[in-house]
Every structure is written in structure tokens, then in C-alpha cells.
Design a protein. Structure first.
Lengths: 310, 297
């Protein structure tokens, strides 16, 4: 187990280095010169060659690549991601609160997803092939085939405009959570409940279930045992889901004007605000690797078979 | 062949297959199917309802919704299919190399795949768009670059199953070159697996790429694309909600047909899924659910 954890952590280190390198190098791949982008973003009316050269000097872009990478990395470790080309404010002052807002949305959605997937998965597994199972699977099939943004717009139209029950956008009160969380939950629970379902079905045929039943254990308790074993698979799946959702709330956030990372990143992309894009990619990629490693380790701790993998 | 026999046994799969073929044909031959040019503006017909000349009505610039829907098949379905094929081709190349030669090639390629799969795909796609600027071609490039590792992994596993079988070893002993063994003896047996893994990605790719266009990061006006048509309809959703219907339903129909077809391929190829009761599943859950569950990443 110790070796497994160590292996995972050691594998994460080169990954983190590659990520920082990629995030830093992104600027250099762009078709527009960064210095020119700065001047564009600041709304300078006439961009001359001298002005570009001056800006380059000011931004320290004439230093050697590795030197700049090193100093950038040190700054990043102190959460100093430079300042936005557009507003001139430090990137972290925008990104920090946005990250928290997205995290709140993700965690609330995650709780809803876990609850709903387990309920649906258990329900459909215990009634396999019957009406409930078919109904759940049919509904999940239909809902996961819908574009989430379309479903979201329809729900805004119905619940916020027609019935005037819920706010259309922003995050002012707890009611603002309902629609975004519902959309995210629907698109993920429809997939994850299948994992619980098939894992339950696999466990239903195990000898311990037969033995428990033969001993006359209450069906409710038998279900409890099956569920406990089935959830082992689910834990690693849900662990993986957190960073995935964190990175893909973009559409929902934009639709509901949620002041999170998704809205921020799309605005930054449209105005070519490179430092913000850079910091966004860096932070999400690092979070992703962190959760990936963590869920691998948790999975291995719970399931010795997983440790044998490679 | 096998595909035909699947269709004969599964009527709904046949319906989905016919529908998708029709959609693809309509997309390729869009100029013949569309009743009007998709970018023809008629300001006097703004928000006009359905009529005999404009079956699905007109949008905010008086353009024919039906024609835009038909032309929208090209970026929304055909280009996604092209990007998927490119990604699967790269994945197959790497997967075959890793699974057939094994040894160092395998270790190297699989480590590379590990690294690729450790990146958040969605965020990386956004990063590529952020640097290269909005545009459908940039999104497609980002998808090809991000997805191949996932296909390589699956295809390698499939190749490994057969690369040690007697007939492959016999061909090796006869001195057949590696490439021809792969093409003539390994490709046909692994093709069903490749078909399953690529078809199960197709639906989610259509949804994601139209989502980018919906945000204004994909194809640019005045081109017709389903996600973008929905975005245009969103600005008038309080007064004209019916404009949301046609493109939305088009996406739902295509994606559910793709998903249904992919599920029925899986059922045909993995008989264990047909009846989960009598046969115990390995590790508790089957490949197909694992596909689905990782796919969202």
C-alpha cells in the first residue's frame, strides 16, 4: 500500500511540471503577440512597433524562456498570477472568488448527484427488468441525450418566466442554486446511476448474498450489505467526478450568470486576456491531478485488487 | 455482414441507423435538400410562423429555419464525425503499435496516454480555444488532440486479447510482416470494439461541440450551426420561445439515435449484458459502464 501511494505521488510530480510548462507556454503558441494583445486589451488607439517593443521590455518578455518560466512559477506558488490585461487588477483577486463560487456549485451538485445516483441505481437494480427499472433507464437515456444548455433554457423559460418561481440568474439566495444544480445533476446522475446499478447487479449474485438469504436475514439488511459493497466502486467514480464537474460547469455558469470560473474563463477567452486564461488552466489542471491521485489512493485503500493494477 | 444481422434482429437499431444515414445524406447534399439559401435575409419575414414556403418559419433575420437546420448538419454532425474518425485513427495507430509490439513501445505509449488522460479534457479544449481564438476548427483540433489517448487505451486492450492467439503467432512464424498481420488478421477482429468505443463517444462529442458554439466559442455567424441557432433563439426566448424547439429537437433526435445505436452494438458484442443474472460480471461491472463513466471526463 505504501509503495502504491508513493508511486502515485511520484507520478503526479512530472505531471504537475508538464502542466505548469504547458500553461506557461500557451502564451507563446498564440497567433497574436502577447505584447500586442496587452495593447489591444488596454484599448490603445495606435499600435506602433516602438510601443510593442516598449511593452515587451516592460513585461520582461526579452528575458530567456527558462528564466521567465522559473520566476513565473515562483510567483504562481505565492498565488501571484500577474495582472489581467483588461482590468489591470491582479488575476487572483478575480480568480479566487470565482473559484470559490464554482466550488460551491460543484459541491452542492455533487451531493445531489451522489444522492440521486444511489437512489436510482438501487431502485433500478432491485427491480431489474421491471417497470421501475425500465422507466428510470428510459428517462435517463432521454435526459442524457439532451443538450444541457437547451434543457436549462427550457427550464428557465418555464420555472422562472412562466411560473415566476425561481430567479433566472445570479447567486443571491439559496433559490439561485436550484436550477443550475438541477441541470448539472441531471446530466451526470443519468450516467453515474448506471455504475451503481451494474455494480449492485454484480453483487446480487455473490455467494454472501445467497448465504445471508439462506440464513433468513431481513431483505432490508441484505440490501444494506449489497449496497456497502457496491459503493466501493462508486467512491472512486465519484472522486473522479468532482474535478470533471469543476471543469465543465462552463455552460451552466454562462447561462445562469453564475459568477464562477466558467463565466470568467469565457469572458477571458473572448477578450484574449491571457494571464487569466493561463491561471485558469493552471488551477483547474492542478486540481484535476490532485483529485485524480486522491481518488486512486482512496480506491486502493478500499479495494486491494486495485493495488495490483500495474 | 455483422452490422446487417444486428439490424435484422433489432428493429429500433435499424430505425436509428436509417435515421442517421438520412441525416448524414441530407447534410452532404444540403444544397439539394434545403428549400432556401441558409443565409438569405428577409427582414419583412422576421419571426414569421410556419408557412408553405417556410416550413419551420423564419428566425430573427427572416432566414429560413429549415434550411439553416439542414445546413447546420454539416458542422454539428459531419465535422464532429470527421474529428472523431481522425481521433480514432490516431488512437488505433497507437493502440495497435502498443498492443502488437508490446515491450518498450507499449510502455512508452501507455505512459504517454496516462499523461494525456490526466489532463482535464474540457479545460484543455477551452485553453486551446483561448489561445487560438474562437472557431469550429480550433475546437475540432482540440478534441482530436485530447481524445486519441482514450481510444488508444481501449484499442490496445482489444488488440492484446488477440495478439497472442495461435493464428497470429502462426502468421508471425510464417514470416508475415507485422503491418500485414495487423491489417489482415487483427483489424477485423478488433473492429467491433473500435466501433463500440467510437460510437459511444460520438453522442457526447456532438453535445459538447454544439455547447461551445452555443457559448459563442465555436462557429461564427452567419454560418448555421445547431448550438448557435439555439444561442440566437435564446436572446428572444421570452417573446418567441418556439424558436428554441427545432434545433433542440434536432440535437436530441440525433444524439439519442447515436446513443441507442451504440448501446445496441454493445449488447450484441457483449452477451453478458443481455442477462446479467446468470453470469457473474468480472470486477462487478462491465466494460460498457466503464466506458460511459470515463467518457464524461
Amino acid at each position: 500500500m505504501k509503495r502504491y501511494v508513493l508511486g502515485k505521488v511520484v507520478f503526479a510530480i512530472p505531471l504537475l511540471i508538464i502542466i505548469t510548462f504547458l500553461a506557461f507556454g500557451l502564451n507563446h503558441l498564440s497567433p497574436v503577440e502577447p505584447a500586442e494583445a496587452v495593447l489591444h486589451a488596454q484599448g490603445v488607439p495606435e499600435i506602433t512597433k516602438e510601443l510593442i517593443a516598449e511593452t515587451r521590455e516592460k513585461l520582461g518578455m526579452n528575458d530567456p524562456f527558462l528564466f521567465r518560466y522559473g520566476s513565473w512559477l515562483l510567483d504562481c506558488l505565492r498565488l501571484d498570477f500577474g495582472s489581467s490585461y483588461v482590468t489591470g487588477l491582479p488575476v487572483w483577486s478575480q480568480l479566487g472568488p470565482a473559484f470559490l463560487n464554482t466550488l460551491k456549485l460543484t459541491l452542492v451538485s455533487m451531493a445531489a448527484i451522489v444522492g440521486l445516483s444511489i437512489a436510482l441505481g438501487v431502485g433500478s437494480a432491485l427491480r431489474e427488468g421491471r417497470l421501475l427499472d425500465k422507466g428510470i433507464r428510459g428517462a435517463a437515456f432521454l435526459l442524457t441525450s439532451m443538450p444541457p444548455y437547451w434543457l436549462a433554457t427550457l427550464m428557465i423559460w418555464y420555472f422562472s418566466v412562466k411560473l415566476d418561481l425561481l430567479p433566472t440568474s445570479g447567486m443571491d439566495a439559496w433559490q439561485s442554486y436550484i436550477l443550475p444544480v438541477a441541470i448539472i445533476t441531471i446530466s451526470y446522475a443519468g450516467i453515474y446511476f448506471r455504475v451503481i446499478r451494474s455494480s449492485m447487479l454484480g453483487n446480487l449474485n455473490e455467494d454472501y448474498v445467497l448465504y445471508a438469504r439462506a440464513n433468513g436475514l431481513l431483505e432490508l439488511l441484505v440490501t444494506k450489505h449489497i449496497l456497502r459493497n457496491s459503493l466501493q466502486v462508486a467512491v472512486s467514480v465519484f472522486g473522479m467526478a468532482i474535478p470533471v464537474i469543476l471543469g465543465s460547469t462552463v455552460v451552466v455558469e454562462n447561462l445562469f450568470a453564475w459568477p464562477g470560473l466558467g463565466s470568467l474563463s469565457v469572458r477571458a477567452i473572448l477578450s484574449r486576456d491571457y494571464p487569466v486564461i493561463q491561471a485558469y488552466v493552471l488551477i483547474l489542471a492542478v486540481t484535476f491531478v490532485f483529485f485524480n491521485t486522491l481518488s486512486d489512493i482512496v480506491n486502493a485503500a478500499m479495494n486491494p485488487k486495485a493495488r495490483m493494477d500495474r | 455482414m455483422k452490422l446487417l444481422s444486428i439490424m435484422r434482429r433489432d428493429k429500433w437499431a435499424a430505425v436509428c441507423f436509417t435515421f442517421l444515414s438520412a441525416v448524414i445524406a441530407a447534410g452532404i447534399f444540403a444544397p439539394w435538400f434545403a428549400p432556401h439559401p441558409p443565409e438569405e435575409v428577409h427582414m419583412e419575414l422576421r419571426f414569421a410562423g410556419a408557412s408553405w414556403t417556410y416550413w419551420l418559419g423564419n428566425d430573427h433575420l427572416g432566414r429560413c429555419v429549415l434550411s439553416r437546420l439542414i445546413y447546420g448538419i454539416r458542422p454539428s454532425v459531419l465535422w464532429v464525425l470527421a474529428a472523431l474518425s481522425a481521433s480514432v485513427a490516431i488512437g488505433a495507430f497507437a493502440g495497435f503499435a502498443a498492443g502488437y509490439f508490446r515491450g518498450k513501445t507499449d510502455v512508452l505509449l501507455m505512459r504517454l496516454c496516462d499523461v494525456m488522460l490526466s489532463f482535464p479534457g474540457y479545460v484543455m479544449t477551452l485553453a486551446v480555444i483561448g489561445i487560438m481564438g474562437p472557431g469550429l476548427e480550433h475546437i475540432l483540433i482540440a478534441f482530436v488532440l485530447m481524445k486519441w489517448a482514450w481510444f488508444a487505451r481501449i484499442i490496445r486492450t482489444s488488440v492484446l486479447q488477440y495478439s497472442n492467439s495461435d493464428y497470429v503467432r502462426f502468421s508471425k512464424m510464417l514470416g508475415l510482416p507485422g503491418v500485414s498481420i495487423m491489417i489482415r488478421h487483427l483489424l477485423p477482429v478488433t473492429l467491433p470494439d473500435i466501433l463500440v468505443v467510437s460510437s459511444s463517444s460520438f453522442g457526447s462529442m456532438i453535445l459538447q461541440i454544439s455547447g461551445f458554439s452555443f457559448l459563442g466559442l465555436g462557429i461564427q455567424a452567419p454560418n448555421a450551426e445547431w448550438g448557435m441557432m439555439l444561442n440566437e433563439a435564446r436572446s428572444v426566448m421570452f417573446s418567441k420561445p418556439e424558436l428554441m424547439l427545432a434545433p433542440g429537437i434536432a440535437i436530441v433526435l440525433v444524439v439519442s439515435a447515436v446513443n441507442f445505436l451504440s448501446d445496441s452494438f454493445q449488447r450484441m458484442l457483449d452477451p453478458r449484458l443481455m442477462s446479467s443474472r446468470p453470469i457473474r460480471l468480472k470486477q462487478g461491472f462491465s466494460i460498457s459502464t466503464r466506458l460511459k463513466e470515463r467518457e464524461v471526463a
